[in-house]
Ligand binder design. Structure first.
Ligand SMILES: [Zn+2]
Length: 555
């Protein structure tokens, strides 16, 4: 902790990148994980070194004193830090530069050790120094240092953030023209030759240092020691998507489920389930299409700038950063409870893989929607408690297990930043891309009647307590304009009674009523005079019902 009675001399901000660039060339979950972990670890190591200096205090993120290393498989550090210091500007600049260079050297060493340990070798005249040169030019490390007099205390974090934003926008790096580019990212120079699985065959491929370490991180002793795991096996997409089917019993049927290198197919799960369960049980389990789909969720706090505007001193800033840190811990528990795997959780900033739905230990269905609601509630209780200006927005992308990871990531990001954060924020935006290519997208406001009613209807449907006739969604879609023009709740009731009065509907009366109630609760919030808005609202409800239909296993 900082000594008192001395005058603050300087402030600094640091940002690292290009995170998205490095993440987007990942083809496997484990590559995506390490791509992200690399940046978090880079920030952690730099922060660790700087935090040993008692003339430096971190404003964001919250850094415990004494420093505590993160031993979890989840990256916990943002791509930025902001600090204040009793060092003068020049001395602080040198401290940050040194910490950042030492960290870069650490990763160069980590890659070099692994090249020597594995059956791999440097090629095209490369060596450890070439690795350093590539990381040095590709990994963008930008920082600014200011004299303390430059700022009003209330503006520190926002001002530095603005500087960091503009530094990020003006980043330009020349990847250069090389004789050989990396087999995976096709952007950086190929300097290491290593075995890579291409479909079912192991091939010698030429990789850049980053794709090499992303692919082989699980073999690095330093990585294993960092997360205290001897056997590091990051789950594959199907491990996560089909969690409900892959019981210990089922996994015993085929060694391929424990093979780290080869990817298995859904058919392998299907065969194993059929060997384990009776025909009837297997049929009912395998009918649920959600086991073939996975979700990527991306989360971000809303309006943090407004909060930082109001925080005028170190204690307030530290206490707010600490609340984000506490939320991150809670979020990790929630995601794990929903059988998801966080890729990183840096305060409000989260990226995770999760199943779409599964039957929980309590026998009840759990879905990615419930997970999103719990994250939003936790944020409100922990971070929003003293700062109601900030809320949480969440983007979710759901896709078939063979859908390209880079595109899933891009879609999740788009749902977050272009849909959920549009207008009032505090929202969940979800996009489902079916195997056929057909897409369903919709949005909820957290805390609304809509999301409450929807999640209840979804839960009841998955539990089998509610069951719709197959034609329901089709019939409602045909009449969407008629529905949008219905003036009041009584006429809505009459509409449902008139349209679903065939004898085959009789056993579904209470189920059809649940759907009617959902329309009733949601659509009348939009006045009928706003015709386009009302129709959009009805279409959106229909999309949400189509999602329920998809989850319960209808084509
Ligand atoms: Zn590469």
């Amino acid at each position: 902790m900082m000594e008192n009675n001395t005058e603050m001399k300087s402030y600094a901000g640091f940002t690292i990148g290009p995170i998205y660039g490095v993440l987007s060339s990942a083809r496997k979950t484990r590559e995506l994980w390490f791509a992200s972990y690399f940046f978090s670890w880079f920030m952690e190591k730099s922060i660790e070194q700087l935090s040993k200096n008692n003339k430096i205090d971190f404003l964001s993120p919250f850094v415990k004193e004494p420093f505590e290393p993160n031993n979890s498989i989840t990256g916990k550090y943002h791509d930025r830090f902001i600090l204040q210091s009793y060092l003068d500007k020049g001395a602080l600049f040198r401290e940050i530069q040194e910490a950042s260079n030492n960290t870069l050297d650490f990763f160069v060493g980590l890659i070099d050790t692994l090249v020597k340990q594995l059956r791999t070798k440097y090629i095209n005249g490369a060596n450890k120094n070439t690795v350093r040169d590539i990381l040095n030019s590709y990994i963008q490390r930008n920082f600014v240092v200011f004299d303390a007099q430059t700022f009003e205390p209330a503006n520190i974090v926002n001002c530095i953030n603005r500087h960091l934003n503009s530094m990020e926008e003006n980043r330009s790096f020349d990847t250069g023209i090389f004789d050989k580019t990396c087999f995976i990212c096709r952007a950086l120079p190929a300097v290491i030759e290593a075995d890579v699985w291409v479909k079912d065959t192991l091939e010698r491929k030429e990789l850049c240092p980053l794709c090499f370490i992303k692919y082989y991180a699980h073999r690095s002793n330093e990585v294993k020691a960092k997360i205290s795991k001897n056997n590091l096996r990051y789950p594959t997409i199907l491990d996560i998507a089909a969690v409900e089917l892959l019981t210990e019993e089922v996994k015993k049927q085929n060694p391929i489920f424990k093979d780290y290198e080869k990817d298995y197919e859904f058919e392998d799960i299907e065969q194993a389930v059929r060997k384990t369960d009776s025909k009837e049980e297997a049929d009912s389990l395998l009918k649920k299409s959600y086991s073939k789909y996975f979700a990527i969720i991306q989360v971000d706090g809303d309006s943090l700038g407004k909060v930082f505007d109001k925080l005028t001193n170190f204690d307030e800033l530290e206490s707010f950063s600490k609340s984000l840190f506490n939320f991150a811990n809670e979020a990790e528990k929630i995601i794990t409870f929903y059988k998801g795997y966080p890729i990183y959780i840096g305060g409000d900033d989260i990226l995770a893989f999760t199943p779409v739905a599964f039957k929980g230990d309590d026998g009840k269905a759990k879905t990615v929607i419930d997970l999103a609601i719990e994250l939003s509630d936790a944020y409100r209780d922990i971070v929003g408690k003293n700062h109601s200006e900030t809320t949480l927005s969440i983007g979710v992308n759901i896709a078939y297990y063979k859908f390209p990871l880079s595109l899933s990531l891009k879609n999740a990001r788009k749902q977050l930043f272009e849909e959920a954060k549009k207008d009032d924020k505090n929202a969940l935006a979800l996009l489902l891309t079916k195997h056929s290519g057909h897409q369903i997208g919709f949005k909820f406001k957290f805390g609304s009647n809509d999301i409450k009613n929807f999640s209840e209807l979804l839960r009841k449907t998955l539990a089998g307590d509610v069951d719709f006739p197959h034609s329901l969604h089709y019939n409602l879609s045909r009449f969407k304009t008629v529905i949008a023009n219905i003036p009041d709740k009584d006429r809505l009731k009459a509409f449902f009674e008139n349209n679903f009065n065939e004898p085959e509907h009789s056993k579904y009366t209470s189920d059809i009523n649940s759907v009617m109630n959902y329309f009733k609760e949601v659509m009348f919030h939009v006045p009928r005079e706003h015709r386009k808005k009302r129709l959009d609202c009805v279409k959106e409800i229909l999309n949400k019902l189509a999602f329920i239909k998809f989850l319960r296993g209808e084509k």
